[in-house]
Design a protein around this ligand. Structure first.
Ligand code: NAP
Ligand code: GLV
Length: 306
């Protein structure tokens, strides 16, 4: 068998060196170079081209190089192919820290003071009172984020597909409880996977159900958000501000209105970046599991799409 690495949009020299070190007896190639596509059984993928999958007749496992698997065309895989993803403590900790830092920055008015500084304007104000944080998605990242914000004194509620019971988190589940979950929140954090059910969930109807002081933090995927609806909601004061780490099209085009919008903070998909040092061991373990027909770690439920 051989392993094919198809992690696009970055330099993979270090990743290849680490994988070769972890799997010294396995042939590892970097797409688009591949001596024999028939020998590929395991692909490490990030934004791999959809056409790749039909060229690999003996593919058994696709391992995502991130937590999300929406960059893998799941519908183009043969039914006997399994998919695994990254679950990593460091990734979860990084995400939680990113969300906490933006909630605090908003609460403590960092952006307002940065603008005031530009005008030499001395204008002290109290921190904002709002303390209710709602997290869409109570999975690996949502739970750790809930815990960290809870430790910092925020009141946490979370929404998931199936009912959860987590201490110090008010848990809501399913469509039927979404409105109650949204009511009265000060910060709305999106940590859902991108699926047919969650695409476009951050839309005008949802924005109309949160209070006008609510700050949206989207750290999941750009396609969760209907961008035009957000601009309208911000301009009509239906939402206070938005922190966006992910976008429908990345990189965000230079002409996009988000860059210069006074209520939008843009970061370049950096909330939780896969850490090569902490994830190579689980990728290598899954490659070995594939080779030995053993169960995979962090396998994705292809029926649910996450
Ligand atoms: P996860 O462990 O799979 O958790 C997903 C959560 O979303 C679960 O609680 C799940 O509910 C819930 N969910 C899924 N579909 C739902 C639906 N239709 N209605 C309500 N809840 C639903 O995922 P994760 O590891 O926490 O990662 C979440 C996402 O974060 C990834 O998919 C990725 O897109 C994004 N991400 C972004 C960055 C970044 O740098 N910006 C980094 C890493 C990941 P159940 O618990 O009931 O199944
Ligand atoms: C990053 O966005 C990931 O899914 O890991």
């Amino acid at each position: 068998m051989s392993v094919l690495v198809c992690v696009t949009g970055r330099n993979n020299d270090k990743l290849m060196a680490k994988l070769n070190e972890a799997l010294p007896d396995v042939k590892i190639e970097l797409w688009p170079h591949c001596e024999d596509l028939n020998r590929v059984q395991f692909v490490l993928a990030w934004n791999a081209p959809d056409e790749l999958w039909a060229q690999l007749p003996n593919l058994k496992v696709v391992q995502s190089y991130g937590a999300g698997v929406d960059g893998i065309a799941l519908d183009k895989l043969k039914p006997d192919v399994s998919v695994a993803r990254i679950v990593d403590e460091q990734l979860s900790a990084d995400m939680a820290e990113y969300v906490l830092s933006h909630v605090l920055a908003n609460k403590l008015r960092h952006r307002e003071y940065a603008t005031n500084q530009g005008h030499r304007n001395w204008k002290p104000r109290r921190a904002k009172k709002g303390n209710e944080v709602g997290i869409l998605g109570l999975g690996e990242l949502g739970r750790v984020t809930a815990e960290l914000l809870g430790h910092h004194g925020f009141s946490i509620r979370g929404w998931s597909r199936t009912q959860k019971c987590i201490s110090n988190v008010a848990c809501y589940a399913g469509e039927a409880q979404l409105e109650a979950f949204l009511s009265g929140i000060d910060y709305l954090v999106c940590l859902l996977p991108l699926t047919q059910q969650t695409k476009g969930i951050l839309n005008a109807e949802l924005f109309s159900q949160v209070p006008p002081n609510c700050v949206l933090i989207n750290v999941a995927r750009g396609q969760h958000l209907v961008e035009a609806d957000l601009l309208v909601a911000l301009d009509n004061n239906e939402l206070e501000a938005a922190v966006l780490d992910v976008f429908s099209t990345e990189p965000l085009s230079e002409s996009h209105p988000f860059w210069s919008h006074p209520k939008v903070t843009v970061t370049p998909h950096v909330a939780a970046v896969t850490n090569m040092d902490t994830v190579v061991a689980q990728i290598a373990a899954n490659a070995r599991a594939c080779l030995g027909n053993n169960p995979l770690e962090n396998r994705v439920d292809l029926g649910q799409g996450y």
